[in-house]
Design a protein around this ligand. Sequence first.
Ligand code: C2O
Length: 521
Amino acid sequence: GVLRKYDLTVGRGTAAPDGYLKNSLLINGQFPGPLLEANWGDTIQVTLHNQITGPQEGVALHWHGILQKSTPWMDGVPAISQCPIPYGQSFTYSFIADLYGSSWYHSHYSAQYSGGLFGPMIIHGPPTLPYDIDVGPILVTDYYHRDYLTVLRDVMGTVPAKVPAFSDNNLINGRNNFDCSKVAAGDTTPCVSNAGLSSFKFTPGKTHLLRLINAGSEGMQKFSLDDHNMTVIANDFVPIIPYTTQVVTLGIAQRTDVLIYAPANAVGSYTMRSSIAGYPCSFAHQPDATAIVYYGTSPGTSTSTPWPAWVDSIANSCQNDPVNQTVPWFPITPDPAPPVTQLVTIGLTTNSSGHTIWTMNNVAFRGDYNAPILLLSNSGNNSYPFDPEWNVYNFGSSSSVRFVINNPTGFPHPIHLHGHNFFVLAAGAPGDGNFPDGALTNPKNPQRRDVQVVPPNSYIVIQLTSDNPGAWPLHCHIAWHVSAGLYLTVLERPADIKNLKIPSIMAQTCREWSAFTNTTI
Ligand code: C2O
């Protein structure tokens, strides 16, 4: 493969993606961040420069869905795989583009990505894929006019009225209109209504590839393009047997690649739309995200109307599309009797100081930014408690691990595991209760992906094949939930982690971080 080099500088600035001026976090001055692109098998090398000041913050970037086989220290997770990069320092990530398809990169430091630190990542696959035109990434993101730390403080706070993380808008590729008359009385922030929409030019008679990415903070998206069918060809980084639909559901951090055929006689402009259902599926307060698809020389005004199936789907926004709808193109049969089955029960509670926290098996995540689990376990330092009480699950050299994840809370959670495309063996419907120990879906070739939504008061069953020594987070990808503790760490093949040659830059970053935390905070 080829070496793909990028320089990303993160810092503060202002942005008004929907017309409302906001103090934002930016990457190379942009919101969202720039596109990273590579071919399958290339090496991606990103030098990250932390210029976040006023106030200063640490940072670490995660390459969502990349397996990081034999480079788990490049996974970008503070307290798990590395120490954060302090203000004023740089760090070079280097990893293989080991899967192909559509994804994104984002900060894994606090809920910082909700403040603007994310961007699309495309890895081009074999040239045999059946499309003519790659339209590129289509990022759908719920959007908050408040600073991410303000939202986080509210969500974890002690004022019940502020706990729901109400969002203000919903964007497609960082744009949407906003009605400034909705700005709260007394808020004098500059605001321009009708800031404008993203637009995409289609060519009649051609097949277009659209890479749908939910890079938002909380809400599940129902995506559709008026008057056009979509053929789904991949979920996350996993190619599937194609099927045709009018609506695609995307939980936070999920991706779906779709093909859209443009009829030879197509003319005019059409509305692309994405909606987030309200309570209890989310706390969205925003208008739908819209963008324009047009034929001809420039975007016109769309008068198209939504598919009835899309309108109907909004009521059903607390769960992914049915698991049996997606069948991987390259079949893999999981171990039918894994040596370990781990039960994980999700909980919502308040801690002793009255703050709202989320738990897995009654423990909220407790990590140490100065002592990443991967580096400790590599050094042979066993004084740290690698046990569930510290939310570290050591599965030793177990060949595979099944997780039964029960969610007795009234909210859906997009569950993400690093370092794997896990098998989705079962997923309940909202209200189904605990996993009934019943039949698994398509056990010969189950769906695989890296995020699966567990619906409210329901369950999922997922399984990993233990082929990737490392320390891998398993967490809810809702930014506010992961920051409030809905997070555990899978320690996979620790004996093999000890044999990995971790580069000295990792220890260097920890020295820089401890000097930073000792002097500036
Ligand atoms: Cu998209 Cu733990 O991350």
